[in-house]
Ligand binder design. Structure first.
Ligand SMILES: O=c1cc[nH]c(=O)[nH]1
Length: 418
């Protein structure tokens, strides 16, 4: 056996287990596995979870906030500032910033990142090319999926459709979209058609930014039902994901329920990005400022497959973040009025099992014999408290190999009484 995790907590209502790993896979979970292993980690009752999945991250645009912040805090402001900064991007600058965030992610227990590099006439395929290289460089430490993302629109930025096709030829795994950045509703519909056409031509899944606005009063930001209909008609159920979808929060309850029912029936997944959605949303509200995050309890009730993610790290879209999925999960819980063990477990599920289904790697994901050994040992002894405790990622294991560990120099902390 290559690796043995002894005395691991994988459920609060069951005894501790030993987890045996061989050849990159979990081969045994039992109350006492054979102690013969090349490497043994004594978990001493600490929680082990499957690797965290960052389902939506703009690595190419990370860490730009010191260069130029977003002056008015709006989505339009973020696109404008970043559009200007993009003109100075070089392969080296993108690589260096992306590497920093990839390594932060690994240290924080992420074992798969779905990255959305911009593809447009400003940057061309720079981000895609750099990420294709980084996908190889980090193979075995973290899996990278690459989404070709038309941030500037497709109809609005002529030449983008051809660049998207070339990105897929050069190795992008997923076709992206950005419906909200088209000039009118007809172009939004054409945008959706182009994206589905490319998905069919290249046999790839779809992951679009859509309905990113405070409310759905402008039909350009109310495409949920149309995308659900196209998904079913074009036989793409289970292969379409939509990021943001914040305008769902601004619809009245019945309308939202109906849109979510359509998305669930069509097998369309939704990924809220709470740090960005809250930061950019509600900017015109003078009182009772909106939270601007799609209500997760309604998605759960409707049966919509969902994940959450960081989206951006420290740039004009999101001037926060440490690429830490547990941090973002706690934010999502707080923003969404989620409390109690069952609710918090569902939020954690959105970063693990449900996220694995969203990005299409759920076949051998999890804590069971036969699953890939992508695991995180946390400095807490209670599964229900994983989000609340903000635990250290003591060991991060990718494909059965320890790829990061955090060692506290002192475990002793105490209050000094007068
Ligand atoms: O369109 C968007 C929205 C959020 N973050 C981005 O990078 N792009």
């Amino acid at each position: 056996m290559d690796l043995l995790l002894q005395s691991a907590r994988i459920a609060d209502d069951a005894p501790l287990v030993d987890i045996g790993v061989d050849d990159g896979l979990i081969v045994e979970i039992s109350d006492r596995a054979s102690p013969r292993a090349a490497t043994t980690i004594d978990c001493a009752g600490r929680v082990v979870i499957p690797g965290l999945i960052e389902a939506h991250l703009h690595l190419d645009k990370a860490l730009l906030d010191k260069e130029q912040p977003n002056r008015d805090g709006t989505l339009a402001g973020a696109i404008e500032v970043t559009g200007a900064l993009k003109r100075q991007f070089t392969a080296e600058s993108v690589r260096q910033r992306a590497r920093q965030v990839i390594e932060q992610s690994i240290i924080n227990g992420t074992t798969l990142i779905r990255a959305h590099p911009d593809v447009d006439p400003i940057v061309g395929l720079l981000g895609v090319d750099v990420l294709v290289d980084l996908r190889e460089e980090y193979r075995g430490q973290v899996d990278l999926q690459i989404v070709a993302f038309p941030q500037e629109g497709i109809l609005k930025a002529p030449g983008t459709q051809e660049l998207l096709a070339e990105a897929l030829r050069r190795g992008a795994d997923v076709i992206g979209g950005c419906t909200y950045n088209e000039a009118n509703l007809a172009d939004c519909h054409r945008h959706v058609d182009v994206v589905f056409g490319l998905a069919e031509e290249f046999g790839v899944p779809i992951d679009m930014h859509a309905d990113f606005a405070d409310d759905a009063s402008d039909p350009r930001f109310a495409l949920a039902e149309q995308i659900a209909e196209v998904t079913v008609r074009r036989g793409m159920s289970g292969r379409v994901t939509l990021g943001h979808m914040t305008s769902l929060a601004g619809r009245d309850a019945d309308d939202r329920k109906s849109a979510l029912a359509d998305l669930a029936a069509a097998g369309v997944a939704v990924v809220p990005l709470p740090a960005t959605d809250m930061h950019l949303g509600g900017r015109d509200d003078t009182h009772n400022v909106r939270r601007g995050v799609v209500p997760v309890a309604d998605m759960w009730a409707a049966g919509v497959r969902c994940a959450y993610s960081s989206n951006n790290i420290r740039n004009a879209f999101t001037p926060y973040g440490n690429a830490d999925m547990l941090d973002v999960g706690l934010l999502l819980a707080q923003v969404s009025h989620v409390s109690g063990a069952p609710g918090l477990a569902r939020v954690l599920d959105m970063a693990t099992y449900s996220a694995a289904a969203v990005v299409g790697v759920d076949d051998r994901y999890g804590l069971a014999p036969g699953c890939r050994a992508d695991l995180v040992v946390l400095s807490t002894d209670c599964v229900a408290d994983v989000l609340l405790d903000r635990p250290d990622r003591c060991f991060v294991i990718k494909g059965g190999r320890v790829v990061a560990h955090t060692t506290r120099t002192s475990q002793l902390t105490e209050v000094i009484h007068a």
